[in-house]
Each structure stands twice: as structure tokens, then as C-alpha cells.
Design a protein around this ligand. Structure first.
Ligand code: SF4
Ligand code: SF4
Length: 462
């Protein structure tokens, strides 16, 4: 059979275990002898190996070439697609909490100058209605958006009134809130209008309160648990997420995961604190990459233990996203794509109307891509190109990495850490973490217990 070698990348995963990948996301694990045979051409004398290499598309034949092209096509459509736009609106910089790592660096509660005015809100509505996207999501962030609840209502009312004329489909609207200003009349409005809620819970009470306190220093834990349960009893799940700091590392992942299990969550996103906004001032809280990956490993093993011994299924989102990227051709999570969704699937508007390609980017002035009152969409795309060319897709070290087809890396987090966009692979925090998780998956995937767990989590819709 006539077969040609596809472009392939390799990585030693373990003793006698080599991972071979292709650009179209197929892979095979070989032992050392097979790996040598692949490299020196001896595979041609080994029928079994040749067949496996064809199946995994390391070898291209007339028959499998079409499939390779289709996979590449799907990747291209997905990664460069303009399927939807998440239009984040920061109605205020003010907040009633003083979280130690706030990436928005929230402003004083009294400083009403920090709120978006109605002229800017109208410009936002107009801007969103005129975007060349049919599918829109609106996300209210801040500061604390519930300080501006009337403005949230106004935006949704106006948008819903006009969306038909502009042929827009509002897929979802979300309020990202610390929940402490929730009131029953607001909760009723949220439930009636099917608005999603997203909040933060760092773990057990003591840890949470030490990081997410009111301006007077008292903790916010009790309020969050109260409102989480309030919505839960009314069949509404509030999305919650912890931020992992060096305090969380000291505590270890088990009490944090247990807290989520107690709240009946089947997903937890152990996201390391970013050195942005107030997180830059409190850099000392930022976890180091080695301790963070050890923390993640303990967390993954604990989730597998809970599934195996306690029959409780909970998944960590970093491993979930990468496992999905390995297994399925479509990459759902926009931050684990090449390039990521910044500027094409997400924009973030500050209270004065400035546009940033992503919410994480909004405390970095140099990443501003326009203002809703003066910049049109074409200019936004042009201004975003620079950020997009700095993503992993164009990094020479990523380009030759065995994980390039599964990985995604945040250019803004890299910038925040090193004050420069060019990745310091393998020094880069995200790169180190992603490699660690991907190695973990490939090391464990043939172990019966882990295999069963991986299969179960892939069925989750989270
Ligand atoms: S970020 Fe690191 S792990 Fe990911 S593709 Fe680049 S070099 Fe590989
Ligand atoms: S810039 Fe970072 S946080 Fe923003 S969409 Fe890209 S990967 Fe995600």
C-alpha cells in the first residue's frame, strides 16, 4: 500500500512511552522500539505498526487523506469562526467587596463617576445591534453589576425590543456578581427572565472570607451560601468558581472540592489567580507553577477517588477542556483554542465605552482596541489582529510542540506575568500547566480506573 509520512510531533510521556501527534489532532502512543522504527523508516517492515500509523493518520494513504483534510477544515472553521459574540458590559468599576486578587481593580463604593452613563449605555446597545453577528450573548460584569440593577433591566428591555428588527438572537444573558447585593425582587426578575448567574466561592468559609471580604473586613461567605441555596431551591444553578491563590495551595484541594461536593456541583474550575489589577499589587498571593501543578494533580486524583469510591462525579475544568480537545474535533472553551476567542468571540466594554478584546485584558491599557462611540467593527478586527498574532498559533515553540493541536494559551496572562507577549515556553505559566495536565492524561489514559472516569466526565454537559 502506498503511504506517505504526515508531519508529526513527538513527546516522551513516560519510560518506554512516546506520544506522536499530527496537526489535525490525531495521535498514537508508541513504545521505544516502535518510536525508533517510525523515525528510521523501519516501520515499513512492520505490518502491524504500519496499520496503526495509518489508523492514527501519522501515515497518509489515498483513503485517509480526505479525513485528514476534513479534520483540518473543521479546526479552521471552528478556530476562526464568527459564530457568536459575547458582549461584556462593565456597568461600573465600583464594588462593595475588596477581594485581594480583583483583576478589575474595583473602585471606591462612593465614586459614582465610575458608573456607565445612559448615553454610553445607548451607544453600547446600538453597537451590539449593529455587530455583524446574529448570535449575541450579553454579560454584565463590573465592579459589582448589581449596584446598577436598573441599568441591567434597561439594557435587556431595549435590546429585546429592537433585536428582531436587527435580526439578532440573544442566546443568553449572564450577571457576574458577588451575590452580596442580591435581593428577592432582583432574584425574581432573574428567574423570570432566565438570566444566568455566575459567582465566586473560593472554598471553605475561612479561606473564602480571608480573600473575599467587604471593605470593612468582614467576610462574604454566608451571603453567598445563602443566595446559592436560595436559587438552588428554585431550580436555578448559580455558576461558582474559586480563584486559587497561595492560601488555597497551603490548604490543599480536598477541602475546596469538598465544599463544591457539599453544594452538589459536578464541576469545579481551579483557576490560578492572575497578576492583574489588584492581583498585581498582591502578587505574593499568586501560586508558583510547580506548587500549582502539584495542587492540580492532587485535585485530579481526588476527583477520581470520589468517583471510584464514593460514586460522586465531579470534574475539574482545566482537565475537562484539554481532555475534550484531545477526544473531540470541536474545541468548546474559547480560552483553550488557537487562537483564543479574544476580539472575535468576546469583547469587553468599560464604563467609559472603551473596548478591550477580552475581559481579562481590560486592566492593560495598551490592549484597548477602540471605543464604542468612535470605533466601528472593521477597525476593531484590525486592532485585534496584533493580539491574535501573538497567540500560541504563531509561537515558534508551540508550532513544533506535540501538544500544539490540543493546547490553548492565554496571551494576556502571559503578558501580565512577563510584561511581554512572546511566550517564555517552557517558562510560561500556562504552558507549564497545560503540558503537565496533558502528560497526566496521556500517562493515565490506559489505567482502568482513570479510563472509566475520563469516559464518564466526557458525557457531562458543563
Ligand atoms: S503553550 Fe506549551 S504545551 Fe501548549 S502548545 Fe505551546 S509549547 Fe506546547
Ligand atoms: S485573552 Fe486569555 S482570557 Fe481572553 S479569551 Fe484569550 S485566552 Fe481567554
Amino acid at each position: 500500500m502506498k503511504a506517505t509520512l504526515n508531519e508529526y510531533f513527538s513527546r516522551k510521556i513516560d519510560e518506554n512511552k512516546f506520544l506522536i501527534t499530527t496537526r489535525c489532532g490525531t495521535f498514537i502512543l508508541l513504545n521505544e522500539n516502535e518510536y525508533r522504527a517510525l523515525n528510521n523508516g523501519q516501520y515499513k517492515n512492520n505490518e502491524k505498526l504500519q496499520r496503526q500509523l495509518i489508523e492514527s493518520k501519522i501515515l497518509m494513504t489515498e483513503k485517509n487523506t480526505k479525513d485528514i483534510i476534513n479534520r483540518l477544515k473543521m479546526q479552521y472553521i471552528q478556530d476562526k469562526s464568527f459564530i457568536f459574540m459575547n458582549c461584556i458590559i462593565n456597568l461600573t468599576h465600583r464594588c462593595n467587596l475588596n477581594c485581594l486578587y480583583c483583576h478589575a481593580n474595583s473602585a471606591n463604593l462612593e465614586d459614582k463617576q465610575m458608573d456607565m452613563d445612559y448615553a454610553t449605555i445607548d451607544a453600547y446597545i446600538d453597537f451590539v445591534l449593529n455587530l455583524p453577528y446574529k448570535n449575541i450573548t450579553i454579560e454584565f460584569q463590573g465592579g459589582e453589576p448589581l449596584l446598577c440593577f436598573d441599568k441591567i433591566k434597561y439594557i435587556l428591555k431595549e435590546f429585546n425590543k429592537k433585536k428582531k428588527k436587527y435580526n439578532k438572537n440573544l442566546i443568553s444573558s449572564t450577571i457576574v456578581t458577588n451575590l452580596t447585593l442580591m435581593r428577592e425582587y432582583i432574584a425574581n426578575y432573574i428567574i423570570e427572565n432566565k438570566i444566568s448567574l455566575s459567582s465566586s466561592l473560593d472554598g471553605p468559609k475561612e479561606l473564602h472570607n480571608s480573600q473575599r471580604a467587604y471593605i470593612n473586613g468582614s467576610g462574604s461567605y454566608d451571603k453567598i451560601i445563602y443566595w446559592y441555596n436560595y436559587f438552588f431551591e428554585r431550580n436555578k444553578i448559580v455558576g461558582i468558581m474559586p480563584t486559587i491563590t497561595s492560601n488555597s495551595i497551603k490548604l490543599g484541594p480536598k477541602p475546596i472540592i469538598d465544599q463544591y461536593v457539599k453544594l452538589k456541583r459536578n464541576a469545579i474550575f481551579l483557576r490560578a489567580m492572575n497578576e492583574l489589577g489588584r492581583g498585581k499589587k498582591n502578587k505574593y498571593l499568586s501560586p508558583q507553577k510547580k506548587e500549582f501543578t502539584e495542587f492540580l494533580k492532587e485535585a485530579f486524583d481526588y476527583c477520581v477517588y470520589l468517583f471510584d469510591k464514593k460514586n460522586f462525579l465531579i470534574v475539574e475544568r482545566n482537565i475537562f477542556s484539554l481532555l475534550r480537545n484531545i477526544t473531540l474535533p470541536v474545541k468548546q472553551y474559547m480560552c483553550m483554542r488557537r487562537p483564543c476567542g479574544a476580539g472575535v468571540n468576546q469583547i469587553s466594554i468599560t464604563p467609559n465605552g472603551d473596548i478591550y478584546p477580552c475581559d481579562t485584558a481590560r486592566s492593560i491599557q495598551s490592549l484597548k482596541i477602540g471605543n464604542i462611540k468612535t470605533t466601528n467593527f472593521r477597525e476593531i478586527i484590525i486592532n485585534t489582529i496584533e493580539l491574535r498574532t501573538l497567540t500560541q498559533e504563531f509561537q515558534p515553540l508551540c508550532d513544533t510542540c506535540a501538544y500544539n493541536c490540543f493546547c490553548g494559551n492565554c496571551p494576556v496572562v502571559t503578558y501580565a506575568k512577563y510584561n511581554c507577549f512572546i511566550e517564555k515556553t517552557p517558562l510560561d505559566f500556562n504552558c507549564y500547566v497545560n503540558k503537565y495536565i496533558l502528560d497526566y492524561i496521556f500517562k493515565k489514559r490506559d489505567d482502568k480506573k482513570y479510563k472509566k472516569y475520563f469516559k464518564a466526565i466526557l458525557k457531562l454537559e458543563i
